[in-house]
Write a protein of this length. Structure first.
Lengths: 499, 169
């Protein structure tokens, strides 16, 4: 039997796409996953059960649930390597132990919290470590030999805090590992039993620059749990915000990449264009990082009726400025050459960790969640980008996506007209819902459980864990000085990773 | 915690007299540490340094090492894991030195108040020379705040509309 059949063979739950397995069924599922390509979206624990989420298609979820037995469950990481990050998180937060896990290092708990296993029914004592956390190199890193070094978490740059430990020989990295947890804010605990509006605000601050993707997915999940859905106009407003977010974050990323690669003129021009778009949007949208505009039941903008007009203006700005910007990137002396040897990601690695988004698209993977959403149908136009898998290919894919999203804004403008979007009044009822969006760096999925009019549990799938594994795997062979550039081109975000 | 006890120079006091240091302390050099927020303030700081705000022209610059910094610029709520890192950065800075909090999280924890992993903001934990509120503050607000250290007013960046805010309305 394949993994899907094994999950369907489990006991049905109130949620039609979630099935409860017993331990033998779960073990069979793990074995079946070893020779199955079922896409894995994440694993989380709620204290009594452990859940694994898979995606049958871009819109169709399938989840398996197993009750913890003595705080243990069979690990998924032997079959899905990226699961190890989720398993380590579940251990740090709930003391839920993954049996036969491939990696058991702490992920976010470095023995400095005021309680160990803080979300477990009976949390443990406070961590006893004083001072900066020390990096414990794995045997593989020690075996790599050469000199050891590291960077972060405070580099003086603007990125989120993460420590990258490297072994290097001469100027070349032989192996790299990361230490995360510096940005762990305890989101799972904060979401627990929170009001829906507060939970939505929190979801907008999982990862700045992807706020719309996170909040739209959260809102979809809440609406699905309530058996409701927003109208097409509010849906279109969310789409427009999502595309604007993609444009702004990609411009930000490209500006940073150009600066890191020494092309300061390019960096400055991209930052200038981003500021120009933001200045144009300010009076209609009301915030620069697009936080808190997607709310459960609808959308909230400073002047929603002006959004259609704004889209036309942004698309016009794009027509005027974007071609020259794209040309500048492609023709700037040595910029392509500088990036073309950086951070090559092959398809086998992507398949192993299940990363999607522009990183996968730049490696020839045909994946874009937007294609399956009905609301995108009249906006979508297939673009074919570069497939080499290097930082240069990724930059060019981002560049293409900016142009494509600007065009989509222009297409959406007449459909928006003067609509204010409207808002659906949600009747909060007990239940579970799932929301999926295609964020700037890949799919964002929210699983939300409502109970007694409040949010009981939230699980987030973000591209960050898979991106981290790709980052670690792509560093060997790179120059020591290029760590930050590779990180930026892969969109590794410690804030989203740590939660 | 015995984190930061800023022995800060009068030149950096908010609202103080115009005592902008001359000579080797020009421009004022900032070392940024994200102590565990969502990264939004960091994005706005990057927009400030790379965008059309003429931050260097106003007399401020970011440096990659605390050893050459005049001011520690903190964003994000303070996590227990980052606290010793922040302390180390502070200790590495030469005197006189100052401390600036950018964004609501760095000030009082903002949306991420104290819990098992978060100590909240630096308010009441350290002597803060300047606080710039917002979630996150816009680059212009950050620049205005920095300029206010010397009783100056920043020139608005060209093309920036009035009413632009990073905080949702």
């Amino acid at each position: 039997m394949d993994a899907v059949s094994l999950i369907y063979a489990g006991q049905e739950t109130d949620t039609p796409w979630r099935f409860r397995l017993d331990e033998l069924g779960w073990r069979d599922m793990v074995t079946a996953l070893g020779h199955d390509t079922l896409p894995f979206a994440g694993l989380w624990c709620d204290g009594t059960d452990v859940h694994a989420l898979f995606m049958l298609s871009a819109t169709q979820p399938l989840a398996a649930t197993l009750a913890l037995e003595d705080g243990r469950y069979p690990a998924l990481s032997p079959a899905r390597p990226v699961s190890s990050l989720y398993e380590r998180m579940a251990y740090d937060l709930y003391d839920a132990e993954a049996m036969w896990a491939v990696d058991v290092r702490p992920l976010v708990d470095h023995d400095v919290w005021s309680a160990t296993a803080p979300l477990a029914a009976s949390p443990g004592p406070a961590g006893g470590h004083k001072g900066q956390i020390s990096f414990q190199p794995s045997e593989a890193l020690l075996a790599a030999g050469g000199a050891n070094g590291g960077a972060g978490p405070a580099t003086g740059q603007m990125e989120t805090p993460l420590h990258v430990a490297i072994a290097f020989s001469g100027e070349t990295i032989t192996r790299a590992e990361t230490v995360s947890g510096y940005a762990h804010r305890g989101l799972a605990q904060r979401w627990r039993n929170s009001r829906v509006d507060d939970a939505c605000r929190l979801s907008g601050r999982v990862a700045a620059g992807c706020s719309v993707a996170h909040q739209a997915a959260f809102c979809q999940a809440v609406e699905a749990a309530c058996g409701s859905a927003v109208g097409p106009e509010a849906g279109l407003i969310r789409i427009v915000l999502g595309e604007l977010e993609r444009i702004l974050l990609h411009l930000h990323t490209l500006s940073g990449l150009a600066r890191g690669a020494g092309a300061l003129v390019v960096a400055s021009r991209y930052a200038w264009f981003r500021e120009k778009l933001l200045a144009e949007s300010a009076l209609v949208i009301g915030s620069r990082l697009l936080m808190d505009h997607c709310v459960p039941g609808g959308a909230s903008l400073r002047d929603a009726t002006g959004l259609g007009d704004l889209c036309s203006r942004l698309a016009k700005l794009g027509e005027e400025i974007y071609p020259a910007l794209a040309n500048l990137w492609r023709t700037y002396p040595a910029l392509s050459l500088r990036l073309s040897s950086l951070g090559k990601v092959d398809e086998a690695l992507l398949d192993r960790v299940g990363l999607d988004g522009p990183v996968a698209r730049a490696s020839g993977r045909d994946c874009d969640g937007r294609r399956t959403q009905r609301i995108y149908q009249s906006l979508w136009r297939l673009t074919a980008g570069r497939h080499g898998g290097t930082a240069e290919d990724r930059a060019l894919v981002l560049l293409d996506e900016i142009g494509e999203s600007l065009r989509m804004l222009g297409e959406a403008a007449p459909r928006l007209g003067l609509t204010a979007g409207g808002r659906v009044d949600l009747t909060l009822q007990d239940g579970e819902g799932l929301g999926i969006t295609e964020g700037p760096w890949g799919s964002v999925i929210y699983w939300v459980q409502l109970h007694a009019g409040r949010v009981a549990q939230v699980f987030v799938h973000d591209p960050a864990p898979a991106a981290l594994m790709v980052f670690e795997a792509s560093l060997p062979g790179q120059d020591v000085a290029d760590v930050a550039l590779v990180r930026q081109s892969l969109g590794v975000n410690a804030a989203a990773l740590d939660g | 915690m015995g984190l930061i006890r800023a022995v800060f120079d009068a030149a950096f006091r908010q609202g103080g007299p115009r005592l902008k240091p001359v000579g080797p302390r020009w421009p004022l050099l900032l070392f940024h540490v994200d102590t565990g927020g969502c990264g939004g303030c960091g994005m706005e700081l990057e927009a400030l340094s790379a965008g059309p705000y003429d931050m260097e022209g106003a007399g401020f610059g970011f440096v990659p090492s605390p050893r050459s910094a005049d001011v520690l610029l903190v964003t994000g709520t303070l996590t227990r894991t980052m606290a010793p890192v922040l302390e180390a950065a502070w200790q590495a800075m030469p005197k006189p030195k100052g401390l600036i909090c950018v964004g609501g999280c760095a000030m009082d924890g903002g949306i991420f108040p104290e819990n098992y992993t978060v100590m909240g903001g630096l308010d009441r934990k350290a002597a803060i020379d300047l606080q710039i509120p917002g979630c996150p503050p816009t680059p212009q607000q950050v620049l205005d705040g920095l300029c206010s250290l010397f009783g100056q007013r920043a020139q608005p960046a060209k093309g920036q509309a009035e009413g632009s805010s990073s905080t949702s309305s």
